[in-house]
Design a protein. Sequence first.
Length: 85
Amino acid sequence: MSVLATILAAAEHAAEAAGAGEEEHKSEAPFFLIGGALAVFAVVVSVIGFKKPDFPGNAAAARGVMTLGITLTVATMASIIYVAS
């Protein structure tokens, strides 16, 4: 009978140790919000570009659109890394 008690105690200890090592799940909300903003940005720029061939009009506006696109892309990738780590 003591062998069975020892096996049960070892199993309970193993179950508790397995539960203690679990990491807390990180929220995926930042990825979905920033990724969604990037997707909306891409669609809006595409629609405006099709309707207005000379979009964005001048070099300063072009740099602004590119900067916003790069910023959203980097932020999306950073949120992926945050969630995955």
